[in-house]
Design a protein around this ligand. Structure first.
Ligand SMILES: [Zn+2]
Length: 171
């Protein structure tokens, strides 16, 4: 499985888990405070795992690129900071008209955004100077177009909310 497919699957699993927790609330098994706590807790842990997945995938790609064993960097996220930032976003999603959809989108965007940021940071640390975008299956036209060229490490990756694209180091 490619890194892009792995992240797509991981984002989907996270979405599914979040929606399952939401179902407990919809069926009266959780109150709102407990729901928010559980969702934030789930998403914080999954975001951290997304950063670790990105780190390991990057190490594998760097090993192939450099033709030598390159170890993962041990990239993680700041759990407390992520939780503080997420809480109002989770509350907003839970209170929206279509909360299952809003929570699912929030989960997907968080997972992909965290992986994209961690991968970019990792490439900088590994001394990568050029990378390219790898669009996910069913990516939008803009992302497909952007994937045709090489990008400098100094350029920030353009993304839209829930963008499933990943990166690949070139040199
Ligand atoms: Zn994209």
């Amino acid at each position: 499985m490619t890194y892009t497919d792995t992240m797509a699957k991981f984002a989907q699993l996270t979405e599914d888990e979040a929606v399952k927790i939401l179902n407990l609330y919809d069926t009266g098994q959780l109150d709102r405070d407990r729901l928010i706590t559980l969702l934030v807790g789930l998403l914080v842990v999954r975001a951290d795992e997304a950063a670790q997945l990105a780190d390991v995938a990057l190490a594998t790609q760097m090993s192939e690129l450099r033709n030598q064993v390159v170890a993962p960097l041990g990239l993680t996220t700041d759990l407390d900071a992520t939780a503080a930032q997420l809480e109002p976003e989770v509350e907003e999603a839970v209170d929206s008209d279509n909360r299952a959809y809003a929570v699912a989108v929030l989960g997907r965007a968080l997972i992909m955004g965290t992986a994209q940021n961690a991968f970019h940071t990792g490439m900088q640390i590994h001394g990568v100077t050029t990378w390219k975008r790898v669009p996910n299956r069913g990516a939008c036209e803009v992302c497909e177009d952007l994937a045709s060229g090489l990008v400098s490490i100094n350029d920030v990756m353009w993304t839209h909310k829930g963008c499933g694209c990943t990166q690949q180091p070139i040199k």
